[in-house]
Write a protein of this length. Structure first.
Lengths: 244, 538
């Protein structure tokens, strides 16, 4: 292996703030120094220096744990939304040994690779995804699978219905509401699901299912939410006939 | 948890965090103690912690455990069930299965359930902010803080009648946190004159993976699901671990601790692992379906980082220093029944009036080694007790005066002074030197290291660290790590002079760490005796 082949070029889109112009900078990382993209960013940030030898400010990126726990390090890696801590460099480097990093596209930028996921918190709040009830033991397996969601926002980045000006809350908030309904069914929560931006806005592309890095059964959550919403709608029409 | 508890008591809360509240890093994932037998759990916690933990808070914690776990379940944590009843797992240091769990993601799901509570109470979350300095009034009371926005780098003054630190321990000095880890908040309080306690108590972990530039700690759940440690009998063994016959595998922990094996306390296991050249953690004798059910996250992570699938091959592991079990000294008030006077404003209060600490930045429940499952329990219980204490404190205390603007200027100036673009040593290099020092001399092999060796290295390091180059935040972090390492060494020096288990408290000054005389442990309830982990006890 040549010296060049032992190195990977990390190409990063840098922006000092939401209104600043984008600039591309290249950094070199030894292959044996870093296994994942998160490792590479850590290695670069020790003493950030571009390929041209220019000393630059550290790359801003959100990461709490650097192992797949917190879901904070979602970014576009080689054009796909992935978790930096869960993506091996050798799996995403192109033939020239280049890995391209950009921020998630559908969220307000804070700096460099760091975006503001605050809308997720308000979407969860809107969906009333909070419970206080003794859970049903029969739903534990499904709820444990739904609990894999780290709110990394990759499903929102992949969803064609989540776009500027659209009200859709996205799959993560709907899955959280479905999970809450499994513990403590709430007519208020189901009513929220039926409003604009709720389950009706899901186009069923299922990109979220394919993109989710944790394998959360989003299809089941979306289908279940459809079911709950339909049942609630029918119950409004024929209150005595429809039972759960 | 503390924020939600305070809101529940009708207090106005502002939460400053570098990360959204549902993304807290480095959590104990294996389980949370339910305290099926509180008295047994109490005794085991104290014994596991080398008789250093405060008796009354531990007793109160183990009594409250069952109720707390029930509450977490009501708030949405899907604890595993078996035939309708809650499934329990035996974790290191415990003689019985006594921890509720969700696969290997217990901590993660507890935090998300608590984030839901914050949404419920509409707690004002300010993110991404990091604590830079504490502000005290002339009488010494904490009246606020200086916090920095990590995006804009602007600092602001935060006024508060009381402040709670729940920032975790100094992870960056040990196994490394993420880019936004904020473990140095406890060090800020030490610098502001708060007392430290047992800062030399390092949490050791027997099963860590060296992954690229990091150390990854494997969840204790792997040991609890019948994981075994073994070392090849022949140290020069060259065969892949799968090909080493069973008779040539030395299951050293089963020999040393019959009945406990890999479930002996972390410190005993880690020291035994560190003595051997090559050690494997093996779960490959268990059915894959069982492993997938109980350990899926860990199995996937091991395969991702090491390329080894633990369902079919043993994993090579190392012992590592996982974090600090000591931290800020916090007070408590003992009740007549041996537990805590739970409404006392003294509970969880640091030596600074108006400043409280919970979770891993406070030293109260763990002593020198944490019982498996107690990490989450102590954090949740401590937060609840601290919230009650603050409510009590605010009832009797006058309103705090607004923090003066001079405090903001002083904080800015202080850290500007440390950073120098032309300095020979970078913050990253200092950080690395300190990590190496902790890893090699003060961590797993601390008992074998000559005290003078470590002291000399820290003196060298301190001399060269007066000015550092690099990003201002990295400079600040590295400086705090240095402060902490100094405190660590002073505490350790004092410990080596002690014969009986005793909590060591200290106060930092500009250039040194002075040992303070603040008794913490009430031995009368449970007197120290040699720790024994062999069959007759198990």
């Amino acid at each position: 292996m040549t010296a060049a082949a032992q190195r990977i070029t990390i190409r990063v889109q840098r922006r000092a703030g939401p209104d600043a112009a984008a600039e591309w900078q290249n950094f070199l990382v030894e292959r044996d120094e870093a296994i994942t993209v998160a490792d590479a960013l850590d290695v670069i940030n020790r003493e950030p220096r571009t390929v041209q030898g220019e000393s630059v400010p550290p790359i801003a990126w959100a990461s709490g744990c650097t192992f797949p726990t917190c879901g904070g390090c979602a970014m576009r890696i080689g054009g796909r939304a992935l978790l930096a801590c869960k993506t091996r460099l050798d799996a995403v480097a192109d033939r020239r040994g280049v890995v391209t990093l950009e921020p998630l596209a559908k969220f307000p930028l804070r700096r460099d690779l760091w975006v503001d996921l605050g809308r997720m918190r308000s979407d969860f709040e809107r969906m009333r995804a909070v419970v206080d009830a003794v859970p049903n033991a029969a739903t534990i397996v499904l709820r444990s699978a739904l609990g894999r969601c780290t709110s990394c926002a990759i499903c929102l980045d992949a969803c064609p219905e989540v776009r500027a000006g659209a009200a859709f809350v996205g799959p993560a908030a709907i899955a959280a509401a479905y999970d809450a309904n499994l513990v403590e069914p709430s007519s208020e929560r189901i009513a929220m699901l039926m409003l604009k931006g709720g389950i009706d806005d899901c186009g069923q592309a299922q990109n979220c299912l394919a993109a989710c890095p944790e394998g959360v059964p989003l299809d089941e959550a979306l289908a279940g939410s459809f079911r709950d919403a339909t049942r609630a709608f029918l119950r409004r029409l024929w209150p005595r006939r429809v039972t759960r | 948890m503390a924020a939600a508890e305070l809101c529940e008591r009708g207090l106005e809360v502002e939460l400053l965090s570098p990360l959204p509240p549902e993304r807290w890093p480095m959590l104990p994932e294996a389980g949370i103690t339910v305290g099926a037998d509180p008295e047994r759990s109490y005794r085991e916690t104290i014994a596991c912690g080398g008789w250093l933990a405060a008796r009354a808070p531990v007793r109160a914690m183990t009594r409250a455990a069952h109720g707390l776990v029930d509450e977490l379940e009501r708030w949405g944590v899907p604890f595993a069930r078996h035939d309708g009843a809650r499934a329990l797992r035996r974790l290191p240091g415990a003689s019985h299965a006594d921890a509720a769990f969700v696969e290997c993601r217990t901590g993660e799901l507890c935090v998300r359930a608590l984030a839901g509570r914050l949404r419920k109470y509409r707690v004002q979350v300010r993110e991404p902010y990091e604590l830079v300095a504490l502000v005290r009034d002339d009488a010494g009371r904490c009246i606020g803080a200086v916090a920095q926005n990590l995006v804009t780098t602007k600092m602001r003054l935060v006024a508060a009648d009381a402040l709670v630190l729940a920032s975790g321990g100094p992870e960056k000095l040990f196994c490394g946190g993420g880019a936004l880890s904020v473990e140095s908040a406890a060090i800020v309080a030490l610098e502001a004159g708060g007392l430290g306690c047992n800062v030399d108590c390092v949490g050791l972990h027997p099963a860590a993976l060296r992954v690229g530039p990091r150390v990854r700690l494997l969840s204790s759940a792997m040991r609890s699901e019948s994981g075994r440690f073994w070392a090849p009998e022949d140290e020069t063994e060259v065969r892949p671990p799968r090909e080493v016959p069973k008779r040539e595998r030395d299951r050293f922990l089963d020999r040393a601790h019959p009945g406990w094996g890999a479930l002996a306390p972390d410190d005993l296991c880690a020291r035994a692992v560190a003595k051997r050249t090559r050690v494997y953690l093996d779960v490959s004798h268990l059915p894959e379906a069982h492993l997938r059910d109980k350990l899926e996250t860990e199995i996937d992570a091991c395969a991702l980082y090491t390329g080894v699938d633990p369902t079919s091959a043993p994993l090579e592991v190392k012992a590592a220093a996982a974090g600090c079990l000591g931290g800020l000294w916090v007070d408590h008030e003992r009740a007549a029944d041996g537990g805590l006077a739970e409404d006392s404003p003294r509970n969880h209060r640091t030596s600074i009036e108006g400043l409280y600490a919970v979770g891993e930045c406070a030293a109260l429940y763990h002593g020198s080694c944490r019982l498996g499952g107690n990490g989450l329990l102590a954090a949740a219980f401590g937060a609840r007790i601290a919230a009650r204490a603050i409510a009590g404190f605010l009832e009797g205390a006058p309103e705090a005066s607004p923090p003066p603007k001079a405090a903001l200027r002083a904080a800015k100036k202080r850290y500007q002074k440390l950073a120098a673009p032309d300095a020979e040593q970078s913050a990253a290099a200092l950080h690395e030197r300190l990590r190496l020092l902790v890893d090699t001399e003060l961590g797993v092999r601390a008992e074998e290291t000559e005290e003078t060796e470590a002291t000399e290295s820290i003196d060298d390091i301190r001399e060269s660290a007066a000015r550092l180059s690099g990003d201002p935040r990295a400079v600040r972090d590295a400086h705090r790590m240095l402060v902490f390492t100094q405190a660590f060494l002073a505490s350790r020096r004092e410990r080596s002079r002690e014969e009986a288990p005793r909590s060591i408290t200290l106060r930092l000054s500009e250039s040194s760490a002075a040992i303070a005389d603040t008794p913490l442990v009430d031995h009368e309830d449970l007197a120290p005796e040699p720790r024994r982990y062999a069959e007759e006890e198990g």
